[in-house]
Design a protein around this ligand. Sequence first.
Ligand SMILES: Nc1ncnc2c1ncn2[C@@H]1O[C@H](COP(=O)(O)OP(=O)(O)OP(=O)(O)O)[C@@H](O)[C@H]1O
Length: 796
Amino acid sequence: MDAVCTTQGMLEAQGSHAVLADALRVVCVEKRVERTELSGSAERTMDTHSGGPHTPSESGAAGTAATAVTPVAADRLAPAPGVRAAAVVVRDARKTYTRGGAPVLDGLNMTVAEGSIYGLLGASGCGKTTLLTCIVGRRALDSGAIRVLGLTPGAPDSGLPGPTVGYMPQELALHGLFTVAETFRYFGWVSGMVEDEIRQRSARLLKLLDIPFPDKLVGQLSGGQQRRVSLGVALLNQPPILILDEPTVGVDPTLRQSIWDLLVNETRNARTTVIITTHYIEEARQSDTVGLMRNGALLDEDAPARLLQRYGCGSMEDVFLKLSVRQQREHEHQEKRQSDSHDIAMVEAVRSPPPAAPQAEVEQTQAELVPSLAVVDDPSLLQTRPVVLDGHSNVLPCTWKMAVFTWRNKSIIGILFALPVIICLLFGFAVGGDPKGLHLAVVNDDYSCCGKNLPAFPSDCDAEDPRGLSCRYLRRLNKDMFDVDDYDDVDAALRAVREGRAWGALYFPSNYSHALVARGREGQDASNETLDSSDVSVWLDMSNRQVSELARASLATSALQYFEDVQRGCKGNPNAKALPMQFNEPVYGRRELYFPDFFAPAVLLSVVYNINCIYTMSGFIDDRKDGFMERSISSGVRVLEILGAHVIVDTIMMLCVNAITLIFMISFLGFENNGSIWVLIFLCIINAYSGMFQGYFIASLFTTDFEATFCCMGFYFPTLLLSGLMWPLEGMHPWLRNSVWLLPLNLATTAIRSIMNRGWGLGSPDVRDGFLSSAFWLAFFVAITLATLRFKKSFA
Ligand SMILES: Nc1ncnc2c1ncn2[C@@H]1O[C@H](COP(=O)(O)OP(=O)(O)OP(=O)(O)O)[C@@H](O)[C@H]1O
């Protein structure tokens, strides 16, 4: 039988309210023709005389079409006296968190009358919060059905989660960087309230809830004050449904009582329906109805006085204990029946009688019970309506919130802007310079007075007395790079190298100058002895390849220049070179070795990519912290609106980071950009957005900074090693080289090198590939971020 039909019959039987009975008859006929999708709930009339909720079997196949939305009737009937419409109906709700795990909700039924306070009692871990989050629409049932003001929470177009339900979660779910007034303003805007409304209502709530500091940061309030602010937020827009998860925890008894008074007032005056959980069992006696929950099921629900009467108890604790024992016994019977199914007769013999005593008590006390309300699951009788905000966008409040958080986090802004400066300065001063002060152990048997004024050419070149050519070479050495130490013999010089006192040893044979002149004069006819005697012997410490290569290159360059000096001084042809090779002006880059030109583009890209990644990741995780984002979503903010607000504010910060990095690199450190600055800026911005979205993606995967930071490092180090920043890609193992170009920064780094060092533009394949790769990675990170936010349960 349909609920309305039952009610109709009941009304007729009682001879009351003929008009309503007629109206219900119409609905009854309609419903027979077209049964509602919530068949289980429709069959239920919550007459508390009947002794609590029906069992799942009575409720029927409740969840079969639970997701369908029943439109709320436009014209509402006033319910008859003694009859109330059900604002929240739960039927045969089942849920587990892990596949095959123990059920957290196990066939739970619950009916909450409109405009009443429903106290939900149960031990810790029995599933209260899970049930409430399902009612709010933040979690979905595995099976069963829930209807809130006739709508299915979480269903498209239901507006749930949203401002229809004022939800105060168990955790604080406020942000410490908002003041109390800003907290109210943000949630007020989100609920569609205008500024004046918010001001008036929040002033009243602050007074009622005894919160005297509207301009204090929430993070600076005491725990109890914070909970009251949290309660105030739930009450702010006077929603038709209030769901409060332990609002009185940590609140002193006087204030606890004033909170209850406030709730009673709200339900009377504003027809608000309140579901409240509390650990203080006796406190729940102030509710209109108490639901006692254990192990994911509702043991019973009724008016507190009637529960006491029906179970013959003096306190709610005793009622709960009695019902718990009964449930435990039933559970044991069930288990026993299953385990002994091979011997039914024996089971029958040993089975304790069913919990007849409480049932008997119920029947015994039926006659004495005061009449109670009939709660009808009929949306057309509801007097309150869901709050539907057509075309309401929360991007503005979310952006304002982000701007306030960012502004309040001044130390983070300081670090964000200082970091590129510090990295650029460190890079400028620490990377790419020539090594200085390398000790060279020199044994010069050719000429022993290098410190004195040397005889001028051409006397040096006189075949009879050429002297001091070794000294001329030593004078040609790069003085910043080398400190020359004189040694008496080769063994001592080599010992200095072995013991780390010198980076290299040089030996000039005794007739070096003579032999060198003879070598020049005799050319191809020079004897082996002349050739050997005119060679400078060099031993280098090659353990540090960078230093040793730079030292070797410098010694060789000095030798070539010195040889030209000798040719010129000895009136030879100065164009005759030691090396038969002409190095002309380079096509790109500088003639001398200059590593920063190689590193600078990679550092620039790495800074704008990684700093933006870490910043956006931390900001998004901070927004999720303590359930603040969850509460925003419960209030009707869509996760895409939250992401949009982050992108807007983070873009401003990103542009600042990019500008600071480029200005420092180019203006202060003097790195040349031979290409178009706009092409360079554009490529940097695309890569900065890639970094930003990589940050959002990581933040959407993890809930803690700890996990997210480690994940970030997992991205950072391979990118650093394989992007060509540390070593040219051309030097990699061919297998690696053929695959690393796929990584986010590789082609972009090559492109930036080509722009800065070669002056190439969009027409060149290198630059074009860099743009294509950057655009691909940006699209990829945007797509996986959106997919994660769309499909991950905590956001969906
Ligand atoms: N996200 C989750 N993943 C896995 N298990 C969960 C999750 N949330 C809750 N649970 C488990 O579900 C059960 C019910 O948790 P729930 O928070 O609903 O209980 P509760 O009655 O609200 O408890 P309390 O009164 O202590 O808040 C607990 O055993 C809990 O460990």
